[in-house]
Design a protein around this ligand. Structure first.
Ligand code: ADP
Length: 523
């Protein structure tokens, strides 16, 4: 049996026995067969010595059971790694950052505690998946929309804590969080925001409560175990309209993004989108790659014109009352029309509620608040999965062009390939550029990709770009880049970590923050 680091087998077996008393024997998993299910199937270090494989998993069913597990972990100094549904693929899946940790699996805590149709919020336990929540709402015909991320089998709790995103106007998932219940590393239960007021009437309606606002310190964090989360939902819009803005010259990207940013910051465009270009974004295309090799964009612009294929296109979406959406779209067209030659394509658009028949015809339901697993059809053939290098860059065409050139150069230098990029508008006032790396069951190729990934981290940081979220393998590297004033932010995180988790039992190493007893001399 694997052991948690620094824990002897006698203590570990005592702890496991006590876990079994707390949660029931059948909910403590120690066999290789069971523990293997908690490996990260998208791991970029699969089957290498550094792959972090857990020692066991324990699955409580209530807040009291979580508290009991935390108290036992404190007694024996056992590192716990919390997951809600454990579907965080691309970022570590169900696997811990530190090998030998015990996975604290909250999937059994899957109760929808409240849905409020008037104030549009939900109060959820961590094991509720987006599919569960959607079904719950549909079965009761409740008048609210949810905002799922691309694959809908994960949880609102896990995805929001990790600051994931979706497509509707509620796409910034952590921004939609209102009120947490957290089991602290001491085993005490705390409620944030208005929840600190016994009998509060607005725990899920008003975020801040009183005094320093601490809800966000439990996001991408190892300071507590979230056992309840309030999230804001969307009133169902009357209509959804999607349209594509198409421009034809390389440098048209600059006004395209500038106008988009202004429309987004004005609240006119509220859904998220992803920039497209057959020449620069998405899977590499050998024909365009050789045209790009000339160093001039002229051949690409001529190709676009000849074949009537937009050089850049930006799908945009509108949600709301029919008249408002029509006016917003008209206004957006006026704004984009300042770009010479711009063209527009409308559709699809829908009026709600949709009949079952109409719904069945829709391919991509995620922007309509309906969870799906369709994204998995996009995995490159032959790959086991993918991870993404995803820095936040300024919302400007110049930044996109600079990042594309940098990523391509790094790929070319280290592998002679080129980057497969996506540019998303998931957050206000900044863009996310994602370099998708396939993950294979091939140690050599995974190593080469890790080298590229690490070079990109350094080169991006040198330009002032940092990742918003990363796979556990790279959390230390990313944390190293957030180094202003001799790593004062990390030292601040460590001070809080040591104060609230003196035994260092919760998610050691998460986002580069180690408890004192495991902290190495830092770079
Ligand atoms: P998903 O919703 O995609 O299934 P996971 O359950 O895999 O998400 O969680 C993603 C990450 O979020 C975990 O690795 C962990 O660091 C953090 N996390 C998930 N659930 C909790 C929770 N209830 N409390 C604290 N952190 C959590």
């Amino acid at each position: 049996m694997r052991l948690p680091p620094g824990v002897n087998s006698k203590d570990f077996s005592n702890a496991l026995n006590q876990f079994a008393v707390a949660v029931g024997k059948e909910w403590v998993f120690t066999s290789d067969e069971d523990v293997d299910l908690y490996r990260d199937s998208y791991s970029p270090v699969w089957n290498e010595p550094e792959e972090p494989i857990p020692s066991a998993a324990v699955a409580p069913d209530s807040v009291e059971q979580v508290q009991a597990v935390v108290r036992i972990a404190n007694e024996y100094k056992i590192p716990l790694w919390t997951i809600s549904t454990g579907k965080n693929l691309g970022y570590g899946g169900s696997a811990p950052l530190l090998g030998g940790s015990v996975v604290l699996d909250l999937k059994r805590m899957d109760r929808v505690l409240e849905i409020n149709e008037k104030d549009h919020y939900a109060l959820l336990e961590p094991g509720v998946s987006y599919f569960d929540l959607y079904r719950y709402i549909q079965e009761r015909k409740l008048n609210v929309w949810i905002d799922p991320p691309d694959p809908g089998w994960g949880s609102p709790v896990g995805n929001s804590l990790e600051r994931g995103g979706g497509y509707t106007p509620m796409h910034d998932h952590f921004d939609a969080v209102c009120g947490l219940e957290v089991v602290l590393p001491s085993g005490e239960v705390m409620r944030t925001g208005m929840g600190a007021l016994p009998g509060a009437k607005t725990w899920q309606q008003y975020k801040y409560g009183f005094g320093p606002y601490v809800t966000p310190i439990f996001s991408q964090s190892s300071l507590g175990i979230v056992t309840k989360m309030g999230i804001w939902l969307l009133p169902p819009p009357e209509v959804y309209l999607s349209a594509t803005v198409m421009v034809w010259k390389h440098l048209d990207l600059i006004p395209l993004i500038e106008i988009f940013g202004e429309l987004q910051n004005s609240g006119i465009i509220r859904g998220t989108t992803s920039l497209a270009s057959p020449f620069w974004l998405g899977a590499p295309n050998p024909e365009f790659d050789s045209m790009r090799a000339s160093g001039s964009v002229k051949p690409l612009e001529e190709y676009a014109e000849r074949k009537n294929i937009a050089y850049w296109s930006l799908p945009i979406t509108f949600y709301g009352p029919a008249e408002v959406v029509a006016a917003q779209w008209k206004y957006a067209k006026e704004k984009f029309s300042s770009i010479p030659g711009v063209t527009f394509q409308e559709g699809p658009s829908y009026r709600f509620p949709l009949s079952a028949e109409d719904l069945a015809k829709i391919q991509d339901t995620v922007p309509l608040g309906i969870p799906s697993l369709q994204i998995f059809t996009l995995l490159p053939p032959g790959s086991q999965g993918h991870i993404g290098f995803s820095p936040i860059i300024p919302m400007s065409g110049e930044a996109v062009l600079e990042a594309m050139a940098l990523f391509d150069r790094v790929h070319h230098e280290l592998s002679s390939g080129r980057a497969a990029l996506a540019v998303l508008t998931s957050f206000p006032r900044a863009l996310v550029i994602i370099d998708l790396f396939p993950v294979e069951r091939n140690v050599e190729r995974n190593r080469q990709r890790r080298e590229i990934y690490r070079r990109l981290i350094k080169e991006s940081a040198a330009r002032g770009w940092g990742e918003y979220r990363t796979h556990t393998t790279f959390m230390g590297d990313i944390s190293n880049t957030y180094s202003f004033n001799n790593h004062v932010l990390r030292r601040f995180h460590e001070t809080i970590k040591d104060a609230v988790d003196p035994n260092g039992i919760l998610s050691p190493g998460k986002c580069g923050i180690w408890p004192k007893r495991m902290r190495k001399a830092e770079a």
